[in-house]
Design a binder for this molecule. Structure first.
Ligand SMILES: Nc1ncnc2c1ncn2[C@@H]1O[C@H](COP(=O)(O)OP(=O)(O)OP(=O)(O)O)[C@@H](O)[C@H]1O
Length: 623
């Protein structure tokens, strides 16, 4: 949809109110046009010496009525259109948010938060300005222009009409010459604002890093640069828009001067009466204001046009990941997951980040995925969640290609803890019960018990009603991760994916959480969770995946080893090497020694100490 079609569709939705508003405003302008005519007649009578007291009183009465009617109509019309303008702002922002909700991560990688914010804030404001002030003044100005033109032609002299209105024909030339410049500069201004908003967002988001590096001056310097760019762009914009805004009323003034001089001459030579002369000069004077406003309207139109184009571009983006055409499998997920020969590269790149990945996880089983940084673990999770679309025929859930499921159904059946355990700036209750519009506090509490964060939350003065601040700044790293995990417990989906979500949690707590999440956990009964969960645990830490039914070791996007913990230790490959390194054990140590119970094998001797040493200073209570 082109920019202006978006605008029209919004106005069309509120067409009745807009029509009423325009009619009322036009009426207000029409009333003004009668004033010169009344005064003209008054002047003629005065000149002919037949003006009575009654005539004067009735003239004054008519003028008062015209004035009152004009003011009331203008006020009503403006109020109506301004109220619609506010609704339009809300509608437009809601539509933007809905659109953003459909776009995949790839889109966000190419567009900064600041840029998107500038759409939602400044572009929408400019559009509102057009939909309120623009439409009001256009209605008032055009009605006035037409009415004055009519009065001048019908009740006046054609020569004076040509002299008075002739200069107005230069206005279209101004629009043609200056309009595109104003539009382009307005786009540049909006882009510069977006870029500044991005800097502010990054500085505030990363304030701890900025402070820790003592980099405030560098950051302020960068910010000043952005502000300088905005000022430069604004100055360029203001130069042209002010020129435009001044030249349009100048045309009316030129007409006024012409009418004053030529009209005076015609009056002296008795071609027109003094009443016509008064009326004509007042008509032209009346045009000055609306033309000044029309100048502003044309300015707003150029700016709104630029903003509408930006918004229209965004609205036209086709989501990279969307529901397929045709019949879709709209059935609840059970939890069996198969990946078959999956090879994937990010759009626009030249390198495969995953190569020939295959595995099968039965419903209720746990798959562990480990591998060095950049080996493709998160990419694999993203593909399972369809944050990116995998190639057709490579990822299956319950025997069907995931591309055949509606996205909403697929995501309803999956719960995911991202690597950064993102929290929203709302209460702990709402963060944990995120999957419900009105979270059930008891379920929230039980989920928090399972992830061992209940005690911490209870110690906060406001308990579960505690606001966590932006991205959970008021919580420690470990608390944040546990709250994020509690969110997936609460969701109770058949497939759950934890992407390195236990990294900031000490091993004892990690062990407790994993045990609670296990099917035998007493706490889960309290939550009345459905069935067994298919769980995928991505981690750098082997203790997180040790209990998994199968563990995949990824390296450079390929599975280099697979098996269960004991088998992999026995195989003596990369997993066993990593195990020894992480456990701080020597070759002679026997982490997977036979005869251990599940509990004993969970954290083998030496591992806790080894990890504790490795993680010293990195884990809990970071904030
Ligand atoms: N949006 C993207 N566009 C292009 N390449 C990407 C994108 N995201 C990740 N990559 C690349 O894909 C590879 C795998 O990244 P991925 O995040 O899946 O690794 P990972 O194993 O999860 O790493 P880590 O353990 O550090 O989180 C990396 O080389 C990374 O640079």
């Amino acid at each position: 949809m082109s920019g202006w079609r978006i605008m029209l569709s919004y106005i069309y939705r509120h067409r009745l109110v807009y029509c009423i508003a325009v009619i009322i405003i036009a009426t207000s302008s029409l009333l003004s046009v009668f004033i010169p005519r009344v005064l003209g007649r008054f002047a003629d009578r005065l000149q002919h010496g037949n003006l009575s007291i009654e005539d004067t009183a009735s003239c004054a009465g008519v003028l008062i009525l015209l004035g009152l009617g004009r003011v009331t109509a203008a006020w009503t019309g403006r109020t109506l259109s301004h109220r619609r303008g506010r609704i339009l702002t809300y509608d437009l922002r809601r539509d933007l948010l809905q659109k953003w909700g459909t776009l995949s991560p790839a889109y966000y990688h190419g567009h900064s938060t600041g840029e998107l914010l500038s759409h939602a804030l400044s572009d929408v404001e400019v559009i509102r300005e057009f939909a309120t002030m623009g439409i009001n003044q256009a209605a008032a100005g055009l009605t006035m222009l037409t009415a004055v033109l009519y009065m001048m032609v019908v009740h006046g002299d054609w020569r004076l009409t040509v002299v008075g209105l002739g200069p107005l024909f230069i206005i279209p030339v101004l629009v043609r010459y200056l309009g595109p410049k104003i539009r382009t500069q307005s786009t540049h201004c909006q882009e510069a604002l977006g870029s500044m908003a991005q800097t502010v967002e990054e500085v505030i988001g990363g304030i701890r890093a900025v402070k820790a590096f003592g980099n405030e001056r560098v950051v302020i310097g960068q910010f000043e640069q952005k502000v300088d760019t905005i000022v430069a762009e604004k100055i360029r914009f203001v130069r042209n828009s002010s020129l435009f805004g001044a030249l349009v009323p100048l045309m009316a003034n030129l007409g006024f001067i012409g009418v004053l001089g030529y009209g005076g001459f015609l009056t002296i030579t008795k071609v027109i009466t003094i009443g016509d002369y008064v009326a004509f000069t007042l008509y032209i004077a009346l045009l000055r204001n609306p033309l000044e406003h029309l100048g502003q309207v044309l300015n707003v139109i150029q700016r709104a046009s630029a903003s509408l184009n930006r918004i229209s571009e965004l609205m036209q983006v086709v989501p990279a990941v969307r529901d397929r055409q045709g019949a879709l499998l709209d059935r609840p997920l059970q939890g069996t997951l198969s990946v078959n020969g999956l090879t994937f590269r990010y759009p626009g790149t030249e390198r495969d980040v995953l190569t020939d990945i295959s595995f099968h996880v039965k419903r209720g089983k746990t798959l562990g995925i480990i591998g060095p940084m950049g080996s493709g673990k998160t990419t694999l999770a993203d593909l399972l969640l369809r944050l990116y679309d995998p190639p057709e025929g490579t990822v299956f859930i319950d025997g069907a290609d995931i591309l055949q499921y509606p996205l909403a159904r697929l995501r309803q059946g999956m719960a995911y803890v991202p690597q950064d355990g993102f929290l929203f700036s709302t209460t702990l209750n709402e963060n944990i019960g995120f999957s419900d519009e009105a979270p059930d506090l008891e379920r929230v509490k039980n989920a928090a018990r399972i992830t061992a964060v209940y005690e911490n939350i209870e110690r906060f003065p406001e308990g579960f009603a505690t606001e966590v601040g932006e991205r959970g700044v008021r919580l420690s790293g470990g608390q944040k991760q546990r709250v994020a995990i509690a969110r997936i417990i609460y969701k109770d989906a058949p497939i759950q994916i934890l992407d390195d979500s236990l990294s900031a949690i000490d091993t004892n707590t990690e062990r407790q959480i994993l045990r609670n999440m296990g099917d035998k956990g007493r706490l889960k009964a309290r939550l009345s969770c459905k069935d067994k969960k298919t769980t995928i645990i991505i981690s750098h830490r082997l203790s997180s995946v040790q209990q998994a039914d199968e563990i995949l070791v990824l390296d450079e996007g390929r599975i280099v080893e697979r098996g269960d913990h004991a088998g992999l230790i026995k195989a003596g490959g990369p997993y066993a090497g990593l195990w020894q390194m992480q456990a701080g054990l020597t070759e002679e140590g026997s982490p997977g020694r036979p005869g251990l119970t599940d509990d004993e094998a969970f954290i083998p001797p030496g591992l806790t100490e080894g990890l504790a040493a490795m993680q010293a200073g990195l884990t809990e209570e970071v904030a």
